[in-house]
Design a protein around this ligand. Structure first.
Ligand code: ZN
Length: 153
């Protein structure tokens, strides 16, 4: 496992990734305050303040996909776009993995608070590809650092 720290979108784009076949990724982020967010067709959802993990996949264009998630300038398309567009969200980490999206999601501890979130076409019964991890931990506390850690697993 490798840990790297980046400051922003630009830093991620210049990150040299080992030549491996990453097929899935996780976005680790904190929601600083409880928020009511309109998530496309899922409607208005009340999110607890705290840490979340979102698991997604992109077989061929994983770097581009991550860059899109990090960018604030985009058309809102996926469920996660609506949540990340909230100004109270702070990205804290990115995981790139060779494990399939659903398996990675299942191995991740956390509570489902929004059924079907990011899982509209999930065939493995995950229930949701967004998990609520709990209170914001000290390591990821937004006042400490703005860095995003990148973990390759
Ligand atoms: Zn799934």
């Amino acid at each position: 496992m490798k840990l790297l720290e980046i400051a922003d979108e630009k830093a991620f784009s210049s990150l040299i990734l080992p030549d491996r076949s990453y097929v899935s990724y996780q976005l680790l982020f904190d929601l600083l305050n409880p928020s009511l967010v309109s998530v496309g067709r899922l409607g208005e959802i009340a999110f607890h303040a705290g840490s979340y993990v979102y698991t997604g996949s992109s077989r061929r264009y994983i770097r581009k996909r991550i860059l899109r998630h990090l960018s604030r300038r985009k058309k809102l398309h996926w469920h996660i776009d609506y949540l990340l567009a909230n100004p109270r969200v702070r990205m804290s980490g990115i995981v790139l993995s060779e494990t399939s999206e659903c398996e990675l999601n299942r191995r991740t501890a956390g509570r489902i608070i929004v059924p079907r979130f990011g899982a509209t076409d999930c065939r493995e019964g995950c229930g949701s590809h967004l998990k609520f991890v709990g209170k914001i931990s000290n390591e990821s506390h937004p006042t400490r650092t703005n860095a995003i850690s990148v973990r390759l697993s």
